[in-house]
Design a binder for this molecule. Structure first.
Ligand SMILES: C[S@@+](CC[C@H](N)C(=O)[O-])C[C@H]1O[C@@H](n2cnc3c(N)ncnc32)[C@H](O)[C@@H]1O
Length: 545
């Protein structure tokens, strides 16, 4: 065992625990060797500057000099593998490097009671360390703000994790049977991708996907969850003893925690409204870069945002009418009209979330692909989608409708989870951006524009939409724009227009009608080559004739 720091006998030892075995895990990517030394000791101590340390002493036979490794407690993470077994990991202090897994020890206590007291003591010392000022050691800061903290407003994060810490919200997702059932099928049907593999569940919530992965034969699953739900996940997993031995719940953000080994496959459900809301895709990508082996798999693998213009006079009137309240000239003697314009714009800045009839679409949809295996985290800060449609009917255009799907590119059965209109409704429904200035198009007329989404620090996006109708009929060859309409929307503040629990669904006897085959719906995974997936197809899918 190599010693990080030789510690002499006069150190202030607080408490120590005898170990029946201690293994120094060699975690560099070229070697997977472990050297086992029996017995050993782990102890809480302080270095000469009084800084709390976790020290490992290997050997321990009478009179012999023991190798000692001292790790600064602020750098150490501990994972309990079983009643008497744990892994201690320590990252680098050097901020110029990535936070690598520089040291790892697998330790086995003599008794469960020792293990329990050790973990209690660790919590206490870790707490003490957290209360200390960030300090400089070897010219580097010992604590740092994670990527998550740097870009996300603390109050937004607090509310976000509070929300996910509640069972009722996890239940809402679990009761979306389209969602959970598709995940279950994707995992179980692709058992070959999980069997004997190390899995990381990114944002594990209740732990359901970790349990699915373990059912599919995963060798070990690390379930990373930042909210208080991690404690419930532990409970749920412990209550499923045939699987629990192979699952370790780690409470913390994927941007911050350390794991004892790399993953062969990541599983996650990071999709928000319009795919990108909540900005959790960025955490999924960070987890990929931190934990996934080269060529590792990701479930889901790819996501697509679908966009199409729609016509819905009822919806438009409903929104415009809400602002009528502010047109009263004498509300208890007060003229409200000075605020009418602001209220009108305010209502139109809310994207509408509901399930709509796909017959409201004015043109076949197009889609934008996000390949989770390749996209850079920074690419998700701004999503820019150029729009181009050909109107299939003469109609008034009130805005754009959006939905998404994701592909689990399993090696046995690729599977899609879709949130398309007309498909079985999910808890994501669909999303529509309604323009305060609608415009008319004729059948065959081209509609162009841009959907530009810019991430903000409240875990969502500001959406800028521009739609233009190009010249149509004689003289259109020369090009030119007839009219343009723009809108600005806050994805964080949607208008949930859900009246029926199930929303709109195409009646079963009409599901074969071409109008009910929006692109994406009628695409079977087996029909899609991966190369096709990465080239956005234009206007394929719907037969509007
Ligand atoms: C949409 S829920 C999915 C929960 C669960 N995987 C499921 O499918 O039922 C996303 C979960 O990820 C967690 N989460 C979001 N961002 C995270 C992050 N950066 N690190 C760890 N957990 C995160 C949330 O607290 C939430 O429980």
């Amino acid at each position: 065992m190599e010693a990080d720091r030789r510690v002499h006998v006069h150190v202030d030892v607080e408490v120590e625990f005898g170990l029946s075995s201690i293994s120094n895990l060699s975690l560099d990517s070229d070697s997977a060797s472990t050297s086992v030394v029996v017995p050993g000791v782990v102890r809480f101590s302080r270095d000469h500057g009084g800084v709390p340390q976790l020290q490992f002493l290997a050997g321990g036979w009478e009179g012999a000099e023991r190798d000692i490794v001292g790790l600064d407690i602020g750098n150490v993470q501990i994972f309990q593998l079983g009643p008497v077994q744990s892994v201690c990991m320590a990252g680098q202090l050097d901020m110029s490097k990535e936070n690598m897994y520089s040291r790892g020890f697998k330790i086995q206590f003599k008794a469960e009671e020792d293990s329990r007291s050790f973990h209690q003591k660790f919590k206490q010392w870790k707490g003490e360390f957290a209360c200390q000022e960030p300090r400089v050691s070897s010219g580097a800061l010992a604590t740092s703000r994670s990527k998550f903290d740097e870009k996300i407003d603390a109050s937004s994060a607090k509310m976000y994790f509070h929300y996910y810490g509640q069972l009722l919200h996890q239940q809402n997702m679990l009761q979306d049977y389209v969602r959970t059932g598709t995940y279950y099928a994707a995992v179980i049907e692709n058992g070959a991708d999980f069997s004997g593999r190390v899995v990381v569940d990114v944002g594990a919530g209740s732990g359901i996907l970790s349990l699915f992965a373990a059912q599919a034969g995963a060798r070990h699953v690390y379930a990373v969850e930042a909210s208080e739900m991690a404690d419930y996940a532990r409970k749920l997993i412990a209550g499923n003893p045939s699987l629990s031995e192979r699952i370790t719940v780690i409470k913390g953000k994927v941007e911050e925690v350390e794991l004892p080994e790399k993953a062969d496959i990541l599983i996650s459900e990071p999709m928000g409204t319009l795919l990108v809301n909540e900005r959790m895709l960025e955490s999924y990508v960070i987890a990929r870069d931190r934990f996934l082996v080269a060529e590792g798999k990701m479930f889901p693998t790819v996501g697509r945002i679908h966009v199409a213009p729609f016509s819905d006079e009822y919806l438009y009137v409903e929104i415009a009418t809400k602002a009528l309240f502010w047109q009263q000239h004498s509300y208890y003697g007060v003229d409200l009209t000075p605020l009418h314009e602001a209220a009108f714009q305010g209502y139109f800045s809310q994207p509408v979330v509901d399930a709509f009839d796909p017959r409201l679409l004015v043109a076949p949809p197009m889609f934008h692909i996000i390949d989770f295996t390749k996209v850079k985290e920074g690419d998700l800060y701004e999503v820019d989608i150029p729009l181009k449609f050909t109107a299939a009917v003469g109609s008034k255009v009130h805005g754009i409708a959006c939905w998404f799907d994701v592909l689990f590119n399993g090696s046995t059965v690729p599977r899609w989870l879709t949130t398309a209109p007309g498909s079985p409704t999910t808890h994501w429904y669909q999303l529509r951006c309604v323009l305060s200035q609608p415009f008319f198009v004729m059948s065959g007329q081209e509609i162009t524009g841009r959907l530009h989404m810019i991430a903000h620090n409240a875990q969502s996006y500001t959406i800028y939409l521009t739609l233009s109708a190009k010249m149509w009929g004689p003289g259109a060859e020369q090009g030119g724009i007839l009219q343009t309409s723009t809108g600005k929307f806050d994805l964080k503040e949607p208008y949930y227009r859900i009246s029926q629990p199930q929303g709109y669904q195409v009646p079963q006897d009409q599901q074969q009608h071409p109008l009910f085959q929006p692109q994406g719906l009628n695409v079977q995974p087996q029909d899609i080559e991966e190369t096709e997936l990465l080239e956005p197809a234009q206007n394929s899918g719907i037969d509007f004739s």
